[in-house]
Ligand binder design. Structure first.
Ligand code: BGC
Length: 351
């Protein structure tokens, strides 16, 4: 009888201990909410997955995050309210830092206010917030490019290509470039700067320009094709250059030109874009597009993850990295002119 009592007591102790150990284990895991296992949790949002260039940035971020952070990635579906809700949700999941590609660049302040309330660092990327907003929070940075540089380089590229091919491309021999311009999303710093500086650069080189038309096609191929269809029937043979704020829209314009019998034989109209995505590189190789500007998605994705990993661990964002920070709290990756001759540079970047 005494033995049975002893066995029951030992058995009860074992069961209680197991339950207790499990409880303590679960509790310590939950209380350590900033971590998933040994990796700090980081919340990220892309303004919309359905943007080809952003999909390259996302892939690069996901690759670079492996083994460093537990990355929670969200598709904000181009909806500002959805993005703000996602940010609230990530904060409630206990992330240690945020990496945000804003839907609306003007909403940076709202994001900063949310992050500040929890003392969370924020790395904005691709769509640059206003400098005053970025400066208002010491735990906010921007990773991207210098929008102005892409416009200047696109303008320089157009000048060089035009000077080499003027006899063929200046159809009415008036010395002017008669162009149509496809613009990205209104309010996007890249769209604004690219539209301005590309044309300023051409004028600076002493080449007069004539704007036949311009329109926003929201970085989108289908919208760009529709615009180009309209311009081809409106201006017929007057168009001498198609300048696009990005490659995806340039590809939409090329699609329209090809369907309207252009880009083969002597019915040629030069098209340029920005990004150097693989489909554009293919068109340059085929001689259907004359150039683009490399916007290195791979390097930008790596820089975002390096900075946000350090931020999530409470370290200086540049700790142990080779990224050069600017005084305006940014890391900017340089653009590169890409034409047929140096196409392998772009192929390397998007490998
Ligand atoms: C890219 C575009 C892209 C946009 C998204 C720009 O930097 O050139 O292709 O659609 O960012 O914000």
């Amino acid at each position: 009888m005494k033995n049975i009592k002893k066995i029951i007591i030992v058995f009860t102790i074992i069961i209680v201990s197991v339950v207790l150990i499990r409880y303590v284990y679960n509790y310590s895991n939950n209380s350590n909410i900033g971590y998933k296992g040994s990796l700090p949790k980081v919340g990220a949002a892309i303004y919309k997955y359905d943007d080809e260039f952003m999909s390259y940035i996302r892939n690069s971020m996901e690759d670079a995050s492996y083994g460093k952070i537990a990355l929670i990635m969200n598709d904000s579906q181009n909806d500002e309210n959805i993005q703000l809700m996602q940010i609230d949700e990530m904060i409630s999941k206990g992330v240690c830092a945020l990496a945000i590609n804003l839907v609306n660049p003007k909403a940076a302040q709202i994001v900063i206010d949310k992050a500040k309330a929890w003392d969370l660092p924020v790395i904005f990327f691709n769509k640059e917030p206003d400098a005053s907003v970025l400066n208002s929070y010491n735990k906010a940075w921007f990773v991207g490019t210098d929008s102005k540089e892409s416009g200047i380089l696109q303008g320089k590229m157009i000048v060089d290509l035009w000077n080499q091919n003027k006899s063929k491309w200046d159809k009415n021999h008036d010395g002017k470039i008669s162009y149509v311009l496809l613009k990205g999303e209104p309010g996007h710093p890249d769209a604004k700067a690219r539209s301005k500086y590309a044309l300023d650069e051409i004028r600076k080189a002493g080449i007069p320009v004539e704007k036949l038309d311009e329109a926003t096609a929201m970085w989108d191929a289908a919208k760009a094709k529709e615009k180009m269809d309209g311009w081809i029937s409106k201006y017929n043979n007057k168009i001498e250059f198609v300048i696009s704020n990005n490659d995806v829209m340039a590809l939409g314009a090329i699609d329209s030109l090809e369907k309207n019998g252009y880009l083969s034989g002597n019915k040629f109209i030069p098209v340029v874009g920005i990004d150097a995505i693989p489909d554009a590189i293919k068109k340059i190789k085929e001689g259907k597009m004359v150039g683009t500007i490399l916007n290195d998605a791979n390097i930008q994705g790596k820089a975002i993850i390096d900075l946000v990993t350090n931020a999530a661990k409470g370290k200086n964002v540049f700790n142990g990295t080779s990224w050069r920070g600017n005084s305006d709290k940014s890391v900017r990756i340089h653009y590169v002119i890409i034409i047929k001759d140096n196409i392998d540079e772009a192929e390397q970047a998007y490998k």
